[in-house]
Write a protein that binds this ligand. Structure first.
Ligand SMILES: Nc1ncnc2c1ncn2[C@@H]1O[C@H](COP(=O)(O)OP(=O)(O)OP(=O)(O)O)[C@@H](O)[C@H]1O
Ligand SMILES: [Mg+2]
Length: 329
């Protein structure tokens, strides 16, 4: 199957140089987003999802920096662009919905104006047309009374409305690549469904989407392909159907187990025991070994490679495929 990739991240490394040492927030991560597809990244807090996204946007801030790898957008290497070239890329070809909407909206400019400006800079439309398109987009992301909201300042809006303004701003330029970092976290399920439908529509018009979420339900609904991250690395990747049907890494199985126990009527999220290890003090061998019920002496010796487990299925576990991990945690 020959597919054109909009985004190709190869062996990306992002590290923070702290007093305690080098924190490898993103460690040898390779991700592809084919044109017109939605690709997901899933994993617990602190595993490197946002840093991967920020690296693509050219927005890793000190003390962090990209320490290795390549990022290609439509075949063009973008990590080596100048600050000015990166700015030009953002908003026109690549847009991002940030996890913290407040930090990316200007507090002293009316939200409608901000969205319009994004459109005018990157899409050369006149004022009247910009306003019309903005109101149309506000409506599409579920903002009631768009005319009234156009004139609001960010602090006058609820978290959910601010998030929708951010989504409108990211989508309005019809970017080649949209990176959405937990885009629907502050939204109720009805609005969430509406946003996810919008994303699918955008894809049908050729936009490629990298969707970051720790909500597996969201991932299952819209993603074609999923990467599972743990402690800075990819531990498993597969098309969505395969990943949910036949997870091979105990960590993926644990994430899925936590969701299905909720569905069974449990009211407490049955999480994987333990926490993500401190990235400065990772165990020798497999990073998940400390929390893994199937850990053996071999697991604590060497870091497993990401190996092929199926046609489009890769997994980083010495015992992948030896038995069915489904529901094992
Ligand atoms: N300013 C910083 N200094 C040192 N380390 C940092 C800094 N910012 C991030 N990190 C490291 O980068 C890791 C990855 O962070 P990232 O924001 O990518 O996580 P995430 O997967 O997006 O988590 P979440 O689900 O909570 O958004 C963190 O665990 C932390 O160790
Ligand atoms: Mg994050």
């Amino acid at each position: 199957m020959e597919e054109k990739n909009t985004l190709e991240i190869s062996h990306l490394g992002v590290s923070f140089f702290t007093r305690g040492g080098e924190v490898k927030a993103v460690n040898d991560v390779s991700i592809c987003v084919p044109q017109g597809r939605i690709v997901g990244i899933v994993g617990e807090s602190g595993c490197g999802k946002s840093m991967t996204a920020r690296a693509v946007m050219g927005l890793v801030k000190r003390p962090g920096r990209i320490v290795g790898g390549e990022i290609r957008l439509d075949g063009r290497e973008i990590t080596t662009l100048t600050a000015r070239e990166k700015r030009a890329l953002r908003g026109s070809e690549v847009s991002m919905v940030f996890q913290e909407p407040m930090t990316s909206l200007n507090p002293v400019i009316r939200v409608g104006k901000q969205v319009e400006e994004a459109l005018k800079v990157h899409r050369h439309v006149d004022r009247k047309e910009a306003k019309r398109l903005t109101l149309e987009m506000f409506e599409a992301v579920g903002i009631a009374e768009p005319e009234k909201r156009w004139g609001s300042y960010p602090h006058q809006l609820s978290g959910g409305l601010r998030q929708r303004v951010m989504i409108a701003m990211a989508m309005i330029c019809r970017p080649r690549l949209l990176i959405a970092d937990e885009p629907t976290t502050a939204l109720d399920v009805t609005v969430e469904a509406q946003i996810l439908r919008l994303m699918k529509g955008l894809c049908e018009n050729g936009t490629s989407i990298l969707l970051i979420s720790h909500n597996l339900g969201v991932i299952a609904q819209v993603c074609d392909y999923v990467y599972v991250m743990y402690a800075g690395r990819i531990v498993e990747q597969a098309d969505t159907f395969t990943l949910f049907q036949k997870p091979m890494h105990p960590y993926t199985a644990g994430l899925l187990g936590a969701v299905s126990s909720l569905r069974r009527g449990g009211d407490v999220l049955d999480t994987i025991p333990g926490v993500v290890p401190n990235l400065l003090h990772l165990p020798a061998g497999c990073s998940f070994s400390l929390r893994c019920a199937k850990c053996t002496a071999q697991c604590t010796g060497t870091m497993p490679e990401l190996i092929q487990a199926g046609p489009e299925h890769m997994v980083r576990c010495l015992y992948a495929g030896e038995d069915d991990h489904t529901g094992s945690v």
